[in-house]
Design a protein around this ligand. Structure first.
Ligand SMILES: *Cc1c(COP(=O)(O)O)cnc(C)c1O
Ligand SMILES: [Zn+2]
Length: 432
């Protein structure tokens, strides 16, 4: 039962305070992200009201149907926002058959307003930042967050300040610049950009860096992936879920989201297993998992999966906790395997995901082959972004046919070429 004030009177819904993930010390809701005592990361704590499935089902078709479970004001659904979420959960029977699995689903977050899962976290961060009086929405980004923050700020008419590594995919650069706002490309890695953002955050106390000084609120947005998956499965949890890992926040919060649904009595208790997916060229969490370590040693990223290229992941240790506690695993795949899995998903299900889904599906296949994932158990994989954002990754892999004259003769002459295309398509399904 809730003892908190009705949400109409609170700025952060049913959120009550921030709590240190390391030592448990509490602090007031506000723009704090590190514990005063131990510098551990802070997390939002709540006093939830009784909540029924019907309450949620009667909400809007976006993440705000779960507003009671987020640190946002109760009338958030009526305010301007990009309104992300409620993306499709697609039953992937064709892909399941190729992989020898029984029941497989793809949670397709490319359907969000700026075509990645980052719209969820940007929207929650913006709502909380507005309540805290920030006037600028900012972020360091590996690309997708840049798109989401620039768009979210434009929608509500506030200034954005977005910093990215200069070597990002051109699609992600243009899809940030188009929204206006202050856009800075930095000669360096994401970890360099992140360090610069931390310095800027301490200089400008009216700038909300969504994933730095308002990170506790931002991270909560990823819980909505868990809520939607459970609701779309008919208020059940999947047995297994494979999640791409950059900072690790998404994975940790999906696990937290499942736990909250159980404690609220919205789903039955069950033993889900959570698996993390990284690219071999940036696999600090996978390496720590394999070595049995609790700490994550930073790496220099070198992979086509730029959206996941965080060499020093803030939530790395918590990812290790979650996968070990649920008897899951973390694994990584090469750039070639990433491209192959992007093609396999496209050819079997008609879903063109970005490099992150190549990582996620690649890791699913690897874990299946190693017997670490049960092919008979109901499984969900996340497609966290749109393939149109990472076209360069496919440039050498798909065959673009030469143009023909618009005549029947030319079509017939080119016949050998068509056969090759068909074979390439079936090949993608042949090797698992
Ligand atoms: C940011 C991102 C992720 C992972 O996010 P974290 O919460 O930082 O682990 C996954 N996929 C895509 C496409 C992303 O942009
Ligand atoms: Zn602490």
């Amino acid at each position: 039962m809730s003892t908190s004030a009705p949400p109409e009177t609170t700025r952060f819904g049913y959120a009550t305070h921030l709590s240190c993930r390391e030592c448990g010390k509490t602090s007031d809701l506000g723009p704090h992200y590190a514990c005063e005592d131990c510098f551990g990361p802070l997390e939002v704590a709540y006093d939830y009201p009784p909540l029924t499935r019907a309450d949620i089902e009667s909400g809007p078709q976006n993440i705000w149907r779960y507003a009671s479970l987020l640190p946002v004001p109760a009338d958030i659904a009526q305010r301007p926002s990009t309104r992300p979420g409620y993306t499709q959960l697609i039953r992937a029977d064709e892909l399941a058959q190729v992989l020898g699995m029984r029941r497989l689903w793809v949670k397709d977050d490319s359907g969000n307003p700026t075509h990645s899962f980052k719209d969820r976290v940007a929207a929650v961060a913006l709502a909380a930042a507005t309540e805290m009086g920030f006037t600028v929405l900012a972020c360091p980004s590996t690309g997708n967050l840049a798109n989401a923050v620039a768009a979210a700020a434009a929608r509500v008419g506030i200034r954005s300040v977005v910093l990215v590594p200069a070597n990002l995919e051109p699609q992600k650069i243009i899809a940030t610049a188009v929204y206006g706002g202050t856009f800075v490309t930095v000669d360096g890695t994401y970890d360099d950009v992140n360090r610069l953002a931390s310095q800027l955050a301490s200089e400008h106390d009216d700038w909300a860096f969504v994933n730095v000084n308002v990170r506790p609120y931002y991270a909560e947005g990823s819980k909505t992936l868990a809520f939607e998956i459970a609701e779309q499965l008919g208020w059940r949890l999947p047995d297994q879920i494979v999640v791409p890992v950059a900072s690790g926040a998404q994975l940790v919060k999906i696990d937290k989201g499942f736990s909250e649904l159980v404690s609220l009595g919205l789903v039955e208790q069950s033993a889900w297993k959570i698996y993390g997916a990284q690219a071999t060229g940036c696999s600090p969490v996978s390496a720590a998992y394999a070595a049995g370590h609790d700490v994550v040693r930073p790496v220099m990223p070198a992979t086509i999966a730029k959206s996941l290229a965080i060499g020093n992941p803030a939530d790395g240790p918590y990812v290790l906790d979650a996968v070990r506690r649920t008897a899951g695993a973390v694994a990584d795949v090469s750039d070639d395997e990433i491209v192959d899995s992007i093609r396999l998903l496209a050819a079997t299900e008609g879903i063109f995901g970005e490099t992150s889904v190549g990582v996620t599906l690649g890791v699913l296949r690897k874990l299946l082959a190693a017997g670490q994932l049960d092919p008979a158990a109901e499984t969900v994989i996340i497609n966290s972004g749109d393939g149109l954002k990472t076209l360069d990754a496919l440039a050498g892999a798909v065959r673009v046919p030469a143009a023909i004259k618009p005549t029947l003769e030319a079509f017939t002459e080119a016949g050998a070429g068509w056969d090759e295309c068909v074979r390439a398509h079936t090949d993608a399904g042949a090797h698992r």
